[in-house]
Design a protein around this ligand. Structure first.
Ligand SMILES: *[C@@H]1O[C@H](CO)[C@@H](O)[C@H](O)[C@H]1NC(C)=O
Ligand SMILES: *[C@@H]1O[C@H](CO)[C@@H](O)[C@H](O)[C@H]1NC(C)=O
Ligand SMILES: *[C@@H]1O[C@H](CO)[C@@H](O)[C@H](O)[C@H]1NC(C)=O
Length: 188
């Protein structure tokens, strides 16, 4: 039974990497205390650990599944948001590249007068286009940032909810296990 409980402790330590370490340490300390406490009846020990180990394992599994779902939801939303802005990105990049190409053509002109005139008019035209592009790009940055922030907040709340549930269920299970080990089997 001690071996089984120790294996369970190892499961908690390794699998529950996502659980804040303070809570994890607390769970482990409580379990260790229970294991080390001298017991009268090995049959009671055996019954209680046998009963609550799977329950606590299930609580961990639920937490893991819920946290994973929070991450999956975030990843999917993130991909959808990025894709929503792909068109804007393509257009903005195209504007910037076209502007560079137009200006480079002025540098290719052998005649100095033509070159000056080219830079003069092309520079003026392109600067207007670049000002519009710049506005669109900054606007896209602002709304993209807002959308990412929003799904990040949702993910935090989701993870928090999963952890709260884990925390409540786990402390209830530890309480029930303690009761059981104390011999209050009927009460649980
Ligand atoms: C959008 O852009 C991203 C990053 O460049 C790319 O991975 C994705 O395939 C693009 N999606 C679409 C629908 O064009
Ligand atoms: C990109 O540019 C094309 C052509 O000017 C336009 O039809 C389209 O609506 C633009 N897309 C976005 C997302 O700005
Ligand atoms: C400049 O001229 C060279 C040689 O004629 C040509 O290969 C190049 O594509 C031109 N560059 C631009 C930007 O027009």
């Amino acid at each position: 039974m001690l071996f089984k409980a120790l294996s369970f402790l190892l499961v908690i330590s390794s699998v529950l990497a996502e659980v804040p370490s303070e809570a994890r340490l607390n769970t482990e300390r409580v379990l260790l205390d229970m294991m080390l406490m001298p017991r009268g009846d090995p049959a009671v020990d055996s019954y209680c650990w046998g009963r609550y180990t799977p329950i606590m394992k299930e609580i961990i599994d639920v937490f893991e599944a819920e946290s994973k779902q929070c991450q999956t939801d975030f990843d999917l939303s993130n991909i959808a948001i990025i894709e929503k802005y792909n068109g804007t990105r393509v257009n903005i990049t195209a504007t910037a590249k076209a502007s560079c190409t137009a200006l480079k053509q002025c540098d290719n002109l052998t005649d100095q007068l033509e070159s000056f005139n080219c830079f003069g008019t092309t520079g003026r035209d392109q600067s207007q286009k670049l000002t519009v592009m710049s506005g669109e790009s900054l606007a896209a940055a602002i709304s993209l940032d807002e959308e990412i922030r929003s799904i990040t907040t949702i993910q935090s709340l989701c993870t928090e909810r999963a952890y709260t549930r884990y925390s409540n269920d786990n402390s209830q299970a530890l309480k029930d296990l303690t009761e059981c080990l104390n011999g209050n089997i009927a009460a649980v």
